[in-house]
Design a binder for this molecule. Structure first.
Ligand code: ADP
Ligand code: MG
Length: 750
């Protein structure tokens, strides 16, 4: 943090006529603070006898007399500020003084000589020169140019060149966020990659400023112009971005109502002609007084915009421009007094740093890629996301032989590849789960045989017995539900015999990604910016549905039977039509978005070409003007007019398409959300249905009844009727039922 009071400088303008020059002296002793003394002749107060002081003395950082060159002003005042802006601090330089005292001359420069260039062009030149020299950072520069007249803001960088009055320019308004940060709505920021581009913008703004002025509004004397250079920098590889703003401000003329007042009123009560300067003064007064908690920034647009520059996060410099002709002495004294107050204001400039999340992501992605490359180098093989079909097969073979190997020392060697290790675990788990079904079979065998021989064997513990019985019940239910489904399926299949095989194919079809591959980059972008992609489709129990499981509190693992049942449930569910429809729409939208993206890129490059052409024409015209010593025509010629209208047309087209793309994106995101919701609903309904089926079966199944006689017998549906018939052969008891059904359940295709 840099704590600093606002730096004040004075610049004296050469008089129009020598003999009108007032009396003043500059004392610039090296050891002392420089001071300016103005002598006010006694006759100034309209012949009234007054006891007013004759001499007024003011201290400044430095005082630049009439002969000071623009170069000197830049070197001493602007360069240090530009330097801190390059470091990442905010900076402001504002010129304050009466009309005609040289504010515009100082800030922008004289219109005639190159050497009369003011602070803005010189600062731009300096900044771009520094940026070029410094290869340790990446910089981006944007320019904005705001004019405030009568409490209204206008964007001077409106490229339409149509403004014949200020009101034709886009109106800029102030927005304040909850953190009291000021945002300027409608003020365009134009990127400038070179000094030329930045100067073109300055030129465009000054032209608009000029065109917009009428004798009626006298904009140049009554308005404030704020030229802002926005600089962002970051070191390569870093995600920290520094933002700094440099405001170069040409304030409205500071003249007051009473030019020469009477007696004691002189220089004390004269009111500003410009109301916002009055508010600026109030802000300055409030800031220079200790213990003032409320600073009235909000009273005017100018003080709101310059809020940071006045007592905030900024290194601020004021240039008091003085016209020390006799008739202007009183105004000059006012200007100097104002400067003395300003000098009391303390600012605290901090580095404006922030982490850019996009850059962070990019950096991490890069890191991942580098690690992958490194890995590929070490293992001498290129790795993709997934294992290939051949690799999977190879692994499964390895696992089988590992499991079959009787040697307790045998090992499962897959190498240092986490994908393979993970796959092995998954495969083993799957085998184990499959085994469990078999295992239960054995358990049920054991249970029944044990129950038969219960008398002759040691009795099982009651608890263990109950546990086993529960598992048995559960499995039984599962199988019964599946049998029901299978039967229904069979019926349906028979009905639609002529369409044999269709169902299955369609089902498979619905599992393949519904969208064309398209441009991978675009896909990537869409995926980044919007909700999950279409590839994670609802038919696939992938990452996303495991997320759904978590959301809905469902169990992660479904037994094979249940999975199969879910697939059928899903297919037959009414919502699947809606989901399919949405998928279709989504597909359309994606291809529309893709096509639109391409057209937008085309329009963008067209705009670039047209702009380039116009600039080239300008350069040619200027060159022609210089070589033939002619003034550059102010009005654009016909050819240029044509180019401009083409440019406008292209911009309109671009805007329309862009708006449509934005709308499409919203729609796509919305559709994806809808599909998400549908999936969750489906899962939930399946769970409910499954639970219902299970309880119904528990109640009705004679097989279960044989174990649990306490529940009443209820026939509720056809399927259950069939079910009970299927299982009604009590002679074969539990074992038969189970084996019969399980063979069905495991081969649903039959
Ligand atoms: P302001 O913007 O304060 O109203 P200007 O910058 O327009 O004043 O200056 C008024 C006139 O005085 C202009 O013609 C300008 O070229 C001239 N002028 C101002 N300051 C100087 C200076 N330091 N040296 C030479 N001419 C100057
Ligand atoms: Mg001016």
């Amino acid at each position: 943090m840099v704590k600093q009071t606002i730096q004040i400088f004075a610049r004296v303008k050469p008089p129009v006529r020598k003999h009108q020059q007032g009396i003043y002296s500059i004392d610039e002793d090296e050891k002392l603070i420089p001071s300016l003394e103005i002598i006010l002749p006694r006759d100034l107060a309209d012949g009234f006898v007054n006891n007013k002081r004759e001499s007024y003395k003011f201290k400044f950082q430095r005082i630049f007399d009439q002969d000071a060159k623009q170069e000197t002003i830049f070197e001493n005042i602007a360069k240090p500020v530009a330097g801190s802006v390059l470091e990442g601090y905010n900076g402001t330089i504002f010129a304050y003084g009466q009309t005609g005292s040289g504010k515009t001359f100082t800030i922008t420069g004289g219109a005639e000589r190159y050497s009369d260039r003011g602070i803005i062009p010189r600062t731009l030149s300096y900044i771009f020169e520094q940026l070029q020299k410094d290869s340790s950072k990446m910089y981006t520069t944007h320019i904005s140019y705001l004019e405030i007249y009568n409490e209204c803001g206008y964007d001077l960088l409106d490229p339409r060149h149509e403004a014949s009055s200020l009101e034709d320019l886009p109106k800029v308004t102030i927005l304040e966020d909850p953190d009291q940060n000021i945002h300027l709505k409608n003020l365009t920021l134009h990127q400038a990659t070179t000094e030329e581009e930045a100067l073109n913008l300055l030129f465009l703004g000054d032209t608009n400023r000029m065109i917009a002025e009428t004798p009626m509004n006298q904009a140049s004397t009554r308005s404030h112009c704020i030229f802002t250079i926005h600089l962002s920098s970051k070191e390569p590889g870093s995600a920290t971005v520094r933002h700094a703003k440099l405001h170069l401000v040409d304030l409205a003329g500071s003249e007051r109502v009473a030019k020469t007042g009477v007696g004691g009123h002189l220089l004390t009560e004269a009111k500003y002609i410009n109301l916002s300067l009055h508010y600026l003064e109030q802000v300055i007064i409030a800031l220079s007084e200790k213990h003032r908690s409320h600073i009235p920034y909000r009273n005017s647009m100018m003080t709101s915009v310059l809020r940071d520059s006045l007592g905030g996060n900024c290194m601020t410099t004021m240039i008091a421009t003085l016209s020390l002709e006799k008739r202007n002495l009183d105004e000059s004294i006012s200007t100097c007094r104002f400067a003395q107050r300003v000098a009391l204001i303390k600012n605290e400039a901090v580095l404006n740093e922030e982490i850019d999340p996009r850059l962070m992501i990019k950096r991490l992605q890069k890191e991942i890629q580098e690690l992958k490359d490194e890995l590929a180098m070490v293992t001498a093989e290129q790795r993709t996301e997934a294992l290939t079909e051949a690799e999977l097969l190879q692994l499964e073979k390895l696992i089988t032989s590992f499991l079959e190997d009787q040697d307790p020392e045998s090992r499962l060697e897959v190498g240092a590849d986490m994908r393979k290790v993970h796959h092995c675990f998954h495969h083993l788990k799957k085998l184990l789960n499959d085994k469990k079904i078999f295992g239960n079979n054995t358990v049920s065998n054991t249970v029944s045989s044990e129950s038969k021989d219960r008398d002759c064997q040691e009795p099982l513990k009651e608890e263990e017995y109950r546990k086993l019985r529960d598992i048995l019940k559960q499995r039984d239910n599962e199988i019964n539900i599946l049998v029901n489904m299978l039967k229904k399926e069979k019926k349906k299949a028979q009905e639609a015999l002529h369409l044999a095989g269709m169902d299955r194919r369609e089902f498979r079809h619905s599992q393949s990604p519904p969208f064309p591959p398209g441009n991978p980059e675009e896909g990537q972008r869409m995926r980044l910016s919007s909700a999950p992609s279409q590839a994670q489709d609802f038919s696939i129990l992938g990452n996303r549905s495991s997320l759904l499981h978590k959301k809905t509190g469902m169990r992660e693992e479904m037994s094979l039977g249940r999975q199969e049942a879910f697939e059928i449930f899903k297919r037959d569910h009414a919502d699947s039509v809606t989901i399919d429809d949405n998928k279709q729409i989504l597909k359309q939208r994606f291809s529309e978005a893709k096509a639109l993206g391409e057209s937008i890129n085309e329009a963008r490059s067209k705009i670039g070409h047209l702009k380039e052409e116009i600039t080239q024409r300008h350069i040619q015209q200027v060159a022609l003007g210089i070589s033939e010593n002619m003034a550059v025509p102010l009005m654009p010629d016909q050819q240029e007019e044509k180019l401009r209208s083409q440019l406008e047309e292209e911009k309109r087209r671009y805007k329309t398409m862009f708006t449509r793309l934005k709308a499409l994106k919203v729609e796509i995101e919305h559709l994806q959300l809808l599909m998400d919701k549908a999936k969750v609903k489906l899962q939930k309904e399946f769970e409910v249905w499954w639970a219902e089926e299970a309880t119904n079966l528990q109640v009705n199944s004679p097989a279960v009844n044989s174990l649990d006689h306490t529940k009443p017998f209820l026939q509720t549906s056809d399927s259950q009727h069939e079910q009970s018939q299927l299982f009604s052969n009590k002679r074969f008891g539990k074992q038969l039922n189970f084996q019969e059904v399980s063979s069905h359940a495991l081969c649903p295709q039959e």
